[in-house]
Design a protein around this ligand. Sequence first.
Ligand code: MN
Length: 751
Amino acid sequence: MEPDQTSPASTLAVESAQTQTGSALPGVTPEILKAYQTLEDTVRQRRPNDDLASLRRAFEFACECHADQRRDNGEPYVTHPIAAAQILADMQMDLVTVETALLHDTLEDTKATLEEIKRLFGEDVARCVNGVTKLSKLKLLNKEVREAESVRKMLLAMIEDIRVILVKLADRLHNLRTLDVLPRERQERIAAETVELYAPIAHRLGMGKLRAELEDLGFRYYDPEAYAEVVEAIESKRRINDQFLHEIRDTIERKLSHEGIPARVQARVKRPWSVYLKLRKQKIGIEHVYDLLGIRIITDSVKNCYAALGVIHNEWPPIPGRIKDFIAIPRPNLYQSLHTSVLGAGGVAFEVQIRTEEMHRLAEEGIAAHWKYKEGKKGPAEDDQRIAWLRQLVEWQREMRDSTDFMANLKVDLYPEEVYCFTPKGRVVVLPREATPIDFAYSIHTDVGHQCTGAKVNGRMVPLKHALRNGDIVEILTSTGSRPSRDWLTFVKTARARNKIRGVINADEREKAIELGQKLIEREARRLGVALSRVTRAQMESVAGDYGCSKIEDLYAALGWGKYSARQVLTKLAPEVFPEEPPPAAAQPAEKEDAQQGRAAKDAVVLVKGVDDLLTYRAKCCNPIRGEPIVGYITRGKGVAVHSKRCPNVVNLLYEAERRIEVEWARAAGESFHVRLVVHTDNRTGMLNQLTQILFDENINIRSVEAHADERSLDTAVVEMTIDVRDKKQMEKVVGAMRRVSGVRDIERVY
Ligand code: MN
């Protein structure tokens, strides 16, 4: 970064390498202090309300860290972070960004630690410095790799804070400005990385100015011969056309002011890198590039943009097919402008770009502009910016061929309290953190929620309780007639979803309870030999009244919910049958409609205490295994769900106490139960072998086993397995044996 000659810093008398705090800094020259002073002045000017004490501390810390380091050009190393910080200060970035730039190389090259930076400069700066360090460690040597969109994705995926990429871009820009002294080989590598990776990222983020600088500086070293040729061609053409451009500019200014359109008019020459790309892509000679010369009109409103376009077309005939309205349809990176190419005097074509000041600013600064103006604003305007930024990302990924996991991996976490997801059509849905596809479905439409049967996130099926992440594209699968499940209540995060589900379930369950109640009483009547057909409606109503129910349905519902037993009710309906002994139930063959229950009872591994023909099934949520304490709940029409007493759903009292029913394990048969275990271990070879050996020794069937390194710390591994066990005792034996393996840290049973 060139020192700013007009800066007030130049008037500052720098007598010695002493800071304002009076502490002498090792190796700090008057030039360094002056550069810092310029930086501080820039920040103060642009952000007068910020407290600059921490900026100075960051400077001093960087000086200490880099004290004995020099750059390849012989300058003290600290000049580099100061220059990078200056680039960002000139872009009006916030203090966190500027301080990060000052500290960006301290973690990698010096003795400074992340803890220290966190303590001295806070969480935000520490996170950003860490992010930049991670990026710098990436070595992308191969051209194909650098050019792959997936690398850009990965790179962005590594970033938790968009300021990280801004600092990285500034770092890269300053490195390019001082690339001269490096050996040819390193120049080539840095230049290639810049034009193939960093410039496209700047472009994606809409930062036109930074991108242009990166490209043109990079081009110089990327292909020096082509660079020289293109620059020479542009220059000669510019010299020939200087007079021409001047006249055009004057004409436009005159015409516009005559029409009362306020405007700045710039004559511009296409940048060497874009010319180079065009030549390469279209395989044409430079004489055929007709937007080499251009005019840019910057006016005050969209209306005047179109008015100016009219003025231009009135003066010079447009070249058909060259009018582009990026105002109505912005480019993916939110770039807006009107473009047209017209034929000037003597048949010389030139391009005209027309835009408002606001569009111009966005074209030049991109995401940095969003960031700059984000601070201190509350309310809808702020939201608009977030949405615009996200929409931009959506467009971006849509452009790409292989886009599915890009959004999934994107971790730009600017708004920790919310999660932003998208419909497949790109509509933004804002939900609270940890929201699930069910929340998403209900926020789209109540019926979508009710009929939700599954969800795909970024093209992949996920469980309905999957926590959505920023950028997820969520597709809800529905099926007509499908109903919400009570289990959903255990994981939904929005009040809207919760209320809607409750509403349906209450109505649904009442209906099912009525049905079940009716069945229970009919079955009991058969068992006891009571002919219900002879019971009149009036009799029925009267008995319902005895139980405090105003309608017969209410009594059935109460029966279904297990409030009263069918036998109790029957004693009232047909007292004459009692107290005679009921016929033995076992002799009763299962009737047709009860075939399922009959079969279930025969094979059942769980028995309902005192009742032997109720369908039971082990609840999927906890999948209890033989020997575990269990409890049953009467479900709507599906029989009795058997849960582990420790099932989270039971513990959290998600089922009505009235429907609880005592159950016990039936006599042991040869069946087995599958159990899912997650073992956290040291990441060392042979671990998996030792674990599976234990299972072999116990003669346990392994359904699946999968091991991978823990994302959070690489010295830890996670082994997930699904195994078949005979009972609780056997499971405990195996888990105990695994725990004794050295290096096993923890074992969880997951449901
Ligand atoms: Mn650096």
